[in-house]
Structure formats: structure tokens, C-alpha cells
Design a protein around this ligand. Structure first.
Ligand SMILES: Nc1ncnc2c1ncn2[C@@H]1O[C@H](COP(=O)(O)OP(=O)(O)OP(=O)(O)O)[C@@H](O)[C@H]1O
Length: 269
């Protein structure tokens, strides 16, 4: 299938800390994502996955290198209001922490409507109808959408966060640890939902996660990060069953030890 949108990280490096004591969270990483790719960024805590994910959506600006959306520099596009809206219509981001990402004074429905009002300028009635349609398509009862975020469970709130991202019909969705804080029983349902939603709506996916088997289930391709660099990249099945890099072998082994063979599919359908 031909890709219509391309998001490219070109030798991106991100330093944190003072000039004298800076360290590279991400170091010279190249990555291309399209609306037909589903890429998982995996690696242990601190390997730079979130920083790379945040650079892909412009929430962090690379210290060196740049991110390009269809050949145009993302940081430049984001400086201008009209182009910023176009970027947000094309690339959406879902964070792990849904508690802080929802405005506690708005109902969930109101929050899901916001991108339609601000990015598309739709009238409230149209935005409301479209938001409800998306909410229902994700298996959430419309009545629940009238609640405030604190009155639903973490798993339900995460579904509303997915609805808020999908309602704009983005071409690429970047998800950062979207299931890590949820019960294992809820994780499988959310992963299924995400995978199906991206396939049905023709959206590409960047899925940042610690969970190796879960990421392999959602994504066709895995990029393994270690100390700020991608040390291995390949088809999910290949990376999981025949890892090439020593670090990836260790990661796969660690998962096997944590979940005995056969129990590792607890979160999968
Ligand atoms: N805003 C920041 N200021 C300073 N250091 C940061 C900042 N954000 C990330 N770091 C550091 O950069 C490195 C990479 O962090 P990052 O969150 O990208 O890793 P990660 O692989 O996503 O980890 P986790 O899975 O725990 O979220 C870590 O050493 C982290 O402490």
C-alpha cells in the first residue's frame, strides 16, 4: 500500500541537563513512519523511547537533527497557527497519564469534541455528533461520555483518550505507554481496539512500550532502543523469535522469565 504521509526523524539527538553535564537521551536516531506502518519502540526504562516519541510529535525539539513531516521541518510548521493545526490533524499523540491529560472541569464528551471545534472549526452540534459516533465505535456507552474524567476507571479514561485522538482521523498516531498503568485484564482489550482502529481508519502507529509481546502483537515492526539508540529493527515476529542484538536477546529472555511460555499471551486475544 502506498503511504500518503511520512514522518521522518533524521539523525535526531536530544540532550538533557546543563551544558557542562548534559547527557544524550536520544542519540543520532533515524526513523521513518508512515500512515501504513505500525512500529513499536521497545527497550528498558530510560532507553529514550518516550523522548523519541515526543520528538516525533513536536513535544520535544531535537538538540541536533530534525523531524520532518512530508519533507517540511516539524518545529518550523509548529510555529505557525494554521500549519500547527494541520500537523495536529495529521499526527496525534496519546500519553500514558490520562489523569492529567483530561481537563477535570470538562465532561469526557466535551473533551473529545475539543479537537473538532479547534482544529476543524466544526459547529458544536456537528462536533458533538461526530464525537459520540467515535466514542460508540470504541465500545463506550454514550451516557458515560457525560461524566467527568474522575468518575470513570483508568481503562475507560484511556479509551476516551483514544477517542479524542481518533476523532480527528489522524494519519499517524503516536502512543506512549498507553496500557502500562492498566490492569492486565484491560490491557488486551485496549490493544485490540488500537490495532483495529488503526487498520480500519488507515492510520499509522508508533507504539512506545516496555511490553515486548504486547508491542509485537500491535505492531508489524519493532525498533529496539538501548541507551538512546536503535540497536535492532525488524519485523516483530523476527525480532521476538530470532533477536540479533545481544541487548534484544536479554530483553526477550527477561520477558520469557517474567511470563512462562504460554502465559505470555494473557494480554493478547
Ligand atoms: N525532561 C527531561 N529532563 C531531563 N532528563 C530527561 C527528561 N526526559 C527524559 N530524561 C532522561 O532521558 C533519558 C531517556 O528518558 P525517556 O523517558 O525517553 O526513556 P524511556 O525509554 O521512555 O523510559 P521509560 O520507559 O521509563 O519512560 C532518561 O535518562 C531520562 O531520565
Amino acid at each position: 500500500m502506498r503511504a500518503s504521509v511520512t514522518l521522518t526523524a533524521d539523525k535526531v539527538t536530544k540532550f538533557f541537563g546543563s551544558r557542562a553535564h548534559r547527557h544524550a537521551a536520544v542519540s543520532e536516531v533515524d526513523l521513518t513512519v508512515t500512515d501504513v506502518s505500525r512500529i513499536g519502540l521497545v527497550g528498558e526504562s530510560g532507553s529514550g523511547k518516550s523522548t523519541l516519541g515526543r520528538m516525533l510529535v513536536g513535544l520535544e525539539v531535537p538538540s541536533e537533527g530534525a523531524v520532518y513531516l512530508d519533507g517540511q521541518r516539524l518545529d518550523v510548521l509548529l510555529r505557525f497557527r494554521g500549519q500547527r493545526a494541520e500537523v495536529r490533524r495529521t499526527v496525534q499523540y496519546i500519553a500514558q497519564d490520562t489523569t492529567s491529560s483530561f481537563d477535570p472541569r470538562r465532561t469526557l464528551l466535551d473533551s473529545v469534541m475539543q479537537p473538532l471545534l479547534h482544529l476543524f472549526g466544526l459547529p458544536r452540534t456537528t462536533a458533538r455528533a461526530r464525537a459520540l459516533e467515535t466514542i460508540e465505535s470504541l465500545g463506550l456507552p454514550p451516557a458515560m461520555a457525560e461524566r467527568y474524567p474522575r468518575y470513570v476507571s483508568g481503562g475507560q479514561r484511556q479509551r476516551f483518550a483514544i477517542a479524542r485522538a481518533l476523532v480527528v482521523e489522524p494519519k499517524i498516531l503516536v502512543c506512549d505507554e498507553v496500557v502500562s498503568a492498566l490492569d492486565v485484564s484491560v490491557q488486551g482489550a485496549i490493544l485490540n481496539l488500537l490495532k483495529r482502529a488503526c487498520l480500519e481508519r488507515g492510520a499509522g502507529l508508533v507504539f512506545v512500550s516496555h511490553g515486548l509481546p504486547a508491542t509485537g502483537f500491535v505492531c508489524d515492526e519493532l525498533a529496539v532502543m538501548h541507551r538512546g539508540q536503535i540497536v535492532e529493527r525488524g519485523g516483530s515476529a523476527d525480532v521476538l523469535t530470532d533477536p540479533r542484538h545481544e541487548y534484544t536477546r536479554g530483553l526477550v529472555r527477561a520477558h520469557e522469565t517474567r511470563r512462562p511460555v504460554g502465559a505470555g499471551t494473557a494480554v493478547l486475544p
